[in-house]
Structures are given as structure tokens and as C-alpha cells.
Design a binder for this molecule. Structure first.
Ligand code: FAD
Length: 454
């Protein structure tokens, strides 16, 4: 009997469908697929996406690798929801970082309710729709002709002396080897430097906590508690709900009846079984915080639903030993290094206790700088770190790992490797690099005045 067909089937051969199959067997001698490029970027978060797009615009052949099956790192997949560190302090500060930040602000800002500027109290932050950002990254990468290898976990790094030469990747579809002249380690955990046997740092003595973010829909915006009300209630009732954290944030995405909760503190170990366990514990902790909000603030959260859990939010785990370690003292003084490549004024935000975090803000005219030396592993010639795995002390890193400066570091890494070519990033002309990055070092405009400004 013929099979039913859709209207798209061939009317000449009704009922005929393909039934053929073939037997296949993996060739045990099959070798990994090889890809060659100029610059290979590992990690597609705020830092990696900036590095990859910048390198592609410089005419370089770029391969972008990520262990997730989607682009965007934590910016997209952990429901972070707010660009911080992008503007100088004060109510209407200027924009510190340009490059892809300009494109994101322009493109998402042109869409209905995808971007929202919040001016003050410390600085300007920009709320964004993470789904729109995800599609922005995917389309930008696709149009730039960047080769992406997704769901690809690094298993090894091949080296020749001070140079990395190739990455060994495992994907669900088979193994891939990427050969490149230069590499950007934007993995957040310094995975490339670690696997390559280069020196790395980890926090000592104190853990740096991560957070399981949750998005709630169906809230009543007008009834949303203030930060002080939330903190007071957590102090009073936190124990009875089994909550670890006391100092927490729920922020409203205006006009969409959505709140994003940053209310948990979870460990983010680098050991695989412990990391998986912590992921499940983080979600359980997030559920407790939802229960607390619904019961204690029913006017706002009483009818809310969980819209989504982010991927585990990871702050500071492992990072490179660079030519220079950025210090808290340099951050506080606003020291401008001879090889500065980016700036921010974001506070020190160190999540070093279960209950809360250290928070130190800076005056309105303050800027602190990130030197190229903190991006370059001391023992490598063709690797630049970017994002939350650059070299800094615990507190200094907490003030430069937000997304504004991550984008600046990504751009700097791309330009540094472009200038280095087949030579060493340690020997590039720093003045030439800074000339290329002058917008991110000296420009003082762009106050984020859009129709959603408040
Ligand atoms: C809960 C939380 C809230 C935050 N809130 C804010 C905020 O409101 N505003 C703000 O600006 N910043 C915020 N931050 C900080 C900021 O989100 C991150 O520091 C920043 O996004 C880091 O970007 P990145 O590109 O360095 O790394 P990530 O975004 O972490 O990207 C690293 C990428 O590398 C990939 N990767 C890792 N290991 C491997 C491997 N072995 N092989 C292949 N790929 C690998 C990962 O899959 C990932 O996609 C927050 C952080 C957390 C955790």
C-alpha cells in the first residue's frame, strides 16, 4: 500500500519513498580531521566573540572553538543579562569600550525591548535580552566567515617550545586538530594554557563562588522589592529557607515582567565530578530562592514561573601566569601601564564568602587599566589570554572580568596576535597596538542615551 505524502511529494510517483540503507563501520585507523588557520580562539563568551570578530575583520583566517554546542559563553548561556564595566562612573558616564560593543548596542538597541540602559547609582549598566544577543553573535560570526567548531572540548595542546602549534579537540562527531599561528585563550578557565603545560594560577585559601542564575516570568514589576528590602528579608528569613547567600540581587527587565535572580553562591571546582555535583546543587539552591521570593514577596512574585535556568555562572577559577599580574593596588590607583590595552571603572566585586561579597566602588573620574602583560603567558610566544583568565590578583580580577573589559581584552588579543604574525607577542610594537586600540583607551563619548533610558 502506498504511503501518504505531503503536498510537496512528486505526483508522478505517489507512494514511493526511499527505503535504502547501508552498513557503516568506523575505520579504527581514521585520523582526526585537520583545520588550519591564522588565529584560533578558544571560548566564545564576551572575550572570545570579540577576539574572533576583530581578528576576522583584520583579514585573518579564524577558527572559533567552544565546548558548548552554542556560541556566546556565559553572556548568552548563563543568563547574565547585564553588560557591566562598559561605562565610566556617574549617572551618564562615557563608554569605555567600543568595537563589538558599539555593534551590539546599535543592533540590539534598534530592536524592541532587547536593550535597556540603567543609569546610576554607581555607573551605567545595560540590560540585554540574552536570546537576542545569542542570535547576534551567531549571525555576526556566520557573516564574518569564521569557522566554528562547537561542542568541541580541548583534550590536548601541541607545543613546540614556547609556541602552541595545534589543539586536539573531541566532538560528538569525531576528533579535530586545529593548527594555528596564534591562539587566544578565552576559555575562562585558562584551559588552553593549562593543557599546554603553561603556568597557571588558582585562588588560594578562599574559594571564589559562582552563581546559578534564574529568570522568572510573570512577576509584577511595580511591586518588585528594593535591594534593601530584599537583603533585610534574606537576613531575617534566609536560614529558615536554607539559603546560603544574604547579599543578593533580583533585577527587573523593564516592560517584560521578567526578573533575573542572582541569589545563590555555588562552588565552581575544576574537578569533573565535583563540578557536575555543584551544578545540581546550584539549581537546588536556586529553587529555594524562588520559593523564598514567592512566599515573602507575593505581590511581586506570587504568580511567577521559572522561565529558565542559566548554565552555571562561573566567576574566577584558574588563570594564566602572565608577564604582569594586575594588582588591587594598581586598580585602586587607576594606574595606566605603559602597555595598557583597555579600561573600566567597575568596582571590586569579589564573591569570596558564601553569604556575600566584597564590593568597593570608585569615584566618578576613576578608570583602571588592563596591561597587555596580563594577557600574555610568561612562558609562551603566540598565546594571548582574554576575559576572566588573564593574570591578576583575586580582587583585581574581580574588577576587570565583567563583560565591558572582557570585550576590550578580546579585541586587544586579536590585534596583538595580528601584529605578531609568526613572531612573538612579547616583541610587538606596543605603540602600534595602542594606536589601533585608542578608542578603548582614550575616547570619551557615547553616554548610552536611547529611547529606553531612565
Ligand atoms: C553569576 C554571574 C553574574 C555575573 N554578572 C555580570 C553582570 O551582570 N555583568 C557583567 O558584565 N558581568 C557579569 N559577570 C561576569 C561575566 O559574566 C564573566 O566574567 C564574563 O562573561 C566572562 O567572559 P569570558 O569570555 O571571559 O568567559 P566565558 O563567558 O565563561 O566563556 C568561556 C567559554 O569557553 C568555553 N570553554 C571553556 N573551557 C573550554 C575547553 N576546555 N574547550 C573548549 N571550550 C571551552 C566555555 O564553554 C565558554 O563558552 C557575572 C558572572 C557570573 C558568574
Amino acid at each position: 500500500m502506498g504511503l501518504a505524502r505531503s503536498e510537496h511529494s512528486n505526483p508522478e510517483t505517489p507512494g514511493e519513498v526511499a527505503t535504502g540503507t547501508r552498513v557503516v563501520r568506523r575505520d579504527a585507523r581514521a585520523s582526526a580531521q585537520r583545520v588550519a588557520c591564522d588565529i584560533c580562539v578558544v571560548g566564545s563568551g564576551a572575550a572570545g566573540m570579540s577576539a574572533a570578530l576583530e581578528a576576522a575583520r583584520l583579514g585573518r583566517r579564524v577558527v572559533l572553538v567552544d565546548s558548548l554546542p552554542v556560541l556566546g559563553g556565559q553572556a548568552v548561556n548563563s543568563i547574565i543579562g547585564t553588560f557591566c564595566g562598559l561605562f565610566s562612573n556617574g549617572n551618564h558616564g562615557f563608554q569605555f569600550t567600543h568595537g563589538i560593543a558599539d555593534e551590539i548596542l546599535r543592533d540590539l538597541g534598534g530592536m524592541e525591548k532587547k536593550l535597556h540602559y540603567r543609569h546610576g547609582p554607581v555607573t551605567t549598566v545595560v540590560y540585554y535580552d540574552e536570546i537576542a544577543l545569542g542570535r547576534w553573535v551567531e549571525e555576526s560570526v556566520r557573516k564574518a566567515g569564521i569557522v566554528t567548531i562547537l561542542g568541541a572540548v580541548m583534550r590536548g595542546v601541541q607545543r613546540c617550545g614556547r609556541r602552541a602549534t595545534a589543539l586536539e579537540l573531541a566532538t560528538r562527531y569525531g576528533d579535530v586538530i586545529v593548527e594555528a599561528t596564534g591562539f587566544v585563550d578565552a576559555s575562562g578557565d585558562a584551559a588552553l594554557a593549562w593543557l599546554g603545560g603553561f603556568a597557571c594560577r588558582e585562588p588560594e585559601g578562599v574559594p571564589v563562588f559562582g552563581t546559578q542564575m534564574v529568570a522568572l516570568e510573570g512577576i509584577v514589576e511595580a511591586a518588585h522589592p528594593t535591594r534593601a528590602e530584599l537583603a533585610a528579608k534574606m537576613q531575617e528569613k534566609g536560614d529558615s529557607y536554607g539559603l546560603l547567600r544574604r547579599n543578593c540581587v533580583s533585577f527587573v527587565i523593564p516592560g517584560r515582567n521578567i526578573a533575573v535572580l542572582n541569589m545563590t553562591h555555588t562552588q565552581t571546582p575544576l574537578e569533573p565530578l565535583a563540578a557536575s555535583k555543584a551544578t545540581l546543587e546550584g539549581k537546588a539552591q536556586a529553587d529555594l530562592s524562588v520559593k523564598f521570593l514567592m512566599a515573602e514577596f507575593p505581590a511581586c512574585f506570587g504568580k511567577a514561573n521559572v522561565r529558565g535556568y542559566g548554565m552555571p555562572g562561573i566567576r574566577q577559577t584558574r588563570w594564566i601566569v602572565g608577564r604582569h599580574q594586575l594588582t588591587l593596588d594598581e586598580v585602586r590607583r587607576g594606574h595606566r601601564h605603559h602597555d595598557a590595552i583597555g579600561r573600566t571603572a567597575w568596582p571590586v566585586e569579589l564573591h569570596d564568602t558564601g553569604a556575600g561579597y566584597a564590593w568597593q566602588t570608585f569615584p566618578e573620574e576613576h578608570a583602571h587599566y588592563i596591561p597587555l602583560g596580563s594577557l600574555i603567558p610568561e612562558d609562551a610566544d603566540n598565546i594571548c589570554a582574554a576575559g576572566r583568565c588573564i593574570d591578576a590578583d583575586l580582587a583585581a580580577l574581580s574588577s576587570v572580568r565583567v563583560m565591558g573589559p572582557c570585550m576590550a581584552m578580546g579585541a586587544a588579543a586579536a590585534h596583538a596576535l595580528d601584529l605578531a604574525g609568526s613572531g612573538s607577542v612579547r616583541q610587538i610594537d606596543v605603540a602600534a597596538l595602542q594606536k589601533r586600540l585608542s578608542d578603548n583607551l582614550d575616547r570619551r563619548d557615547g553616554g548610552g542615551k536611547d529611547r529606553n533610558t531612565r
